[in-house]
Write a protein that binds this ligand. Structure first.
Ligand SMILES: NC(=O)C1=CN([C@@H]2O[C@H](COP(=O)(O)OP(=O)(O)OC[C@H]3O[C@@H](n4cnc5c(N)ncnc54)[C@H](O)[C@@H]3O)[C@@H](O)[C@H]2O)C=CC1
Ligand SMILES: CC(=O)C(=O)O
Length: 371
């Protein structure tokens, strides 16, 4: 199969969809890989390393898009890239379609087979989301601590406190991969940490992992309201796969926070859980302040630590790319139900139920469209 790898165009997105090691793996299996020149530089991979691994470098993104049967990216295509969509193209990348209706419209209009990393599913886990959730979760506490500093607009609270001064409070809403990793770092920084989740089994698991070092709470409006009010830092880490994130933290709750407190809405890629987060921010301009509270809502947090993130991401994506390239999309789907869950659009239809429901499309199964 002919596979294309683009230089990412999103603000400060320095990851790339294949490392030279990934190119070599695919190349040894007989596939042709086109890589846009300089696409790996942000992650510390030189053009020569791609050539040595067997890639063909192309200067123009247009040539990569049109040479490839399958395009691998990291982030969802931006409007400047929609012109490259065409019938039969396989697109393998993060998509988060529930939050980008215009992208769903273009993908269906052009009949692209779009496979979203974030909905590939194995035994109720999301293996192609997990490593980036680990990165973003760890970053969330680190970033929150940074924006609590006075020169960054924060209240001037040191999360660990010092002898004689109480610790800062961190509330994490959503106790999955992002939430657990955020908790690890927040605890390491010495904060008083509370995790809120809707799933009692998950709360039990968190209690087993962290013991009495953290507080766990059932997710309901009263618990969220009380915890948010008392917190210096609140991290949004909820996910209902494929669906738009529920707005669990209301504007009123935000107005009750202490001025200079910080919210980090990691779930912004699915629309976010804070009512007052009305826009996605960028690494160039990551925060704005509303009701005295610092809002951080960057949708590609791992893009800021691209060396770690690119390697972690491609560790998990390459085996799936290899299956698609070796067998062709239809046979790969027949052989691997995990990949079927990844297909979000095909043959002009939305093929992931939560996306179809949230965006108002008729839902068709992958089996109806492709198999
Ligand atoms: N902004 C960024 O750069 C990044 C964002 N993310 C996003 O972070 C979000 C979380 O991802 P993961 O932790 O991997 O998901 P996950 O599936 O591991 O965890 C989600 C958790 O939310 C809980 N939950 C669902 N409804 C809830 C509710 N009403 N109240 C409280 N908890 C609830 C679930 O029980 C689950 O434990 C996703 O939207 C993901 O795409 C992930 C990586 C990077
Ligand atoms: C999960 C995701 O969208 C990201 O890592 O940017």
């Amino acid at each position: 199969m002919k596979i294309g790898v683009l230089k990412e165009v999103k603000n400060n997105e320095n990851r790339i969809a294949l490392t030279p090691a990934g190119v070599l793996t695919l190349n040894k299996a007989g596939h042709t890989i086109y890589v846009e020149r300089d696409a790996g530089l942000g992650s510390g991979f030189k053009n020569e390393a791609y050539v040595d691994a067997g890639a063909i470098l192309l200067d123009e993104p247009r040539d990569v898009w049109f040479s490839a049967e399958m395009v691998m990216k990291v982030k969802e295509p931006l409007p400047s890239e929609y012109e490259y969509f065409r019938e039969g193209l396989i697109l393998f990348t993060y998509l988060h379609l529930a939050a980008v209706p215009e992208l769903a419209e273009k993908l269906t209009e052009k009949k692209v087979t779009a496979i979203a990393y974030e909905t590939v599913e194995v035994n109720k886990t999301l293996p192609l989301l997990t490593p980036m959730s680990e990165v973003a979760g760890r970053m969330a506490s680190q970033i929150g601590a940074q924006f609590l500093e006075k020169p960054k607009g924060g209240s001037g609270i040191l999360l660990s406190g010092v002898p004689g001064v109480k610790r800062g409070k961190v509330t994490i809403i959503g106790g999955g991969v992002v939430g657990t990793n955020a908790a690890k770092i927040a605890m390491g920084l010495g904060a008083d940490v509370t995790i809120i989740d809707l799933n009692p089994e998950r709360l039990r698991e968190l209690d087993d992992i962290f013991g009495t070092e953290i507080n766990t709470l059932m997710s309901n409006p009263l618990n969220i309201s009380n915890a948010v009010k008392e917190s210096d830092l609140v991290i949004g880490a909820v996910l209902i796969p494929g669906a738009k994130a529920p707005k669990l933290v209301t504007e009123e709750m935000i107005t009750n926070m202490m001025p200079g407190s910080v919210i980090v809405d990691v779930a912004i890629d699915q629309g976010g859980i804070f009512e007052t987060v009305d826009r996605i921010t960028t690494h160039d301009d990551p925060t704005y302040t509303k009701h005295g509270v610092v809002h951080y809502a960057v949708a590609n947090m791992p893009g800021a630590v691209p060396r770690t993130s690119t390697i972690a991401l491609t560790n998990v994506t390459v085996p799936y790319a290899l299956q698609i390239a070796n067998k062709g999309i239809e046979q790969a789907l027949r052989d691997n139900p995990a990949l079927v869950k990844g297909v979000n659009t095909a043959k002009g239809y939305v093929t992931y139920e939560a996306v179809a429901r949230d965006l108002g499309y008729e839902y068709r199964t992958v089996e109806e469209c492709l198999l």
